[in-house]
Design a binder for this molecule. Structure first.
Ligand code: PLP
Length: 299
């Protein structure tokens, strides 16, 4: 058995806007789980790595973009738990801080053009079909095993919330929250804030991963993508600076900045009822800031 159990703390956030509306806002600090196997990536990898280990696989093969938090998590987790790691990276060969960290943790990078990148099972088949040591890990840790690990976020909560929010890329984390809600018999409303512009696939993905009806009353807020994946605006950047400077908690524009902007905006529009409790899930991913720190700092 690999030792992959973790537990993250919950911090209260004290903003006048919430206090004056009788709302309680807490943040679950999955960003504190690990600096590189960060946030929801550790949660998602828990059962993926366990399965790879049970199958006696010694090599993880995965996929991602050049700033993928998932690639870095796989690189670091592979190093820590004894797997060789290989990643197919989308697009032309480039170098950046994220890919350098992946290499430092021993990951082999293979750049592939966008057309070839689209069919991940075909790439795996082509290069690893004969290699019995290789284990396929889908882009972003997407899948049922990933969702199962994220369901444990709900199991470890010390109180019941009216609303729980997370940012979504593939929807795996959101599906896990829905699973955890059903498993714990909660009435909590689960909310997802998609960070991509075309997020129509998320509801179906969550329904598939969480087959027990947990996704039926899920709420998706599709207006907080700020133009699409990794896009931002001066307004979002300014919000992030204010949030960080007021709390000492770092958030970034790709995921958690959009998440918290969305929650603050919904609160200002009267979306919540007086007395309600809200939990934001900090899914980590802070190394993404390395690619944009100058712009974000200067505003
Ligand atoms: C990968 C990532 C997500 C997206 O999670 P999904 O399970 O794919 O929806 C959210 N937040 C952060 C910080 C991430 O790195």
């Amino acid at each position: 058995m690999l030792q992959l159990d973790v537990h993250s703390p919950v911090n209260p956030l004290d903003f006048p806007q919430f206090r004056e509306s009788g709302l309680t806002l807490h943040i679950k600090r999955d960003d504190l789980i690990h600096p590189f196997i960060s946030g929801n990536k550790w949660r998602k990898l828990k059962y993926i790595l366990q399965d790879a280990s049970d199958q006696r696989k010694t090599q993880l093969v995965t996929f991602g973009g050049v700033w993928s938090n998932h690639l870095l998590a796989i690189a670091c987790a592979g190093a820590r738990f004894g797997f060789k790691t290989t990643a197919f990276v989308r697009g032309e060969q480039v170098s950046n801080a994220n890919l350098s960290l992946c290499r430092i943790f021993g990951m082999e990078l293979r750049f592939v053009d966008r057309t070839a990148y689209r069919d991940k099972p075909a790439l795996f088949q082509r290069y690893f079909a004969e290699d019995q040591t290789a284990y396929f890990v889908d882009e972003g840790g997407y899948g049922a095993a990933g969702a199962k690990g994220c369901a444990e976020i709900i199991d470890e909560l010390g109180q019941i919330y009216d609303h729980i929010f997370c940012a979504c890329g593939t929807g795996t984390t959101l599906a896990g929250l829905c699973m955890g809600k059903i498993r714990n018999g909660l009435d909590t409303t689960i909310h997802g804030i998609p960070v991509l512009a075309g997020s129509g696939f998320i509801k179906a993905a969550v329904a598939e991963l969480c087959a027990d009806g947990g996704a039926d009353d899920l709420v998706l807020h599709t207006d907080y993508h700020f133009g699409g994946y990794a896009r931002t605006t001066p307004e979002l950047d300014a919000f992030i600076r204010r949030f960080c400077a007021n709390t000492g908690i770092l958030i970034e524009p790709v995921y958690t900045g959009k998440l918290l902007y969305g929650i603050f905006d919904l609160a200002s529009r009267g979306h919540f009822r007086r007395g309600e409790t809200i939990l934001a899930l900090h899914t980590g991913g802070l190394t993404g800031i390395l690619g944009m720190h100058e712009r974000l700092a200067q505003g």
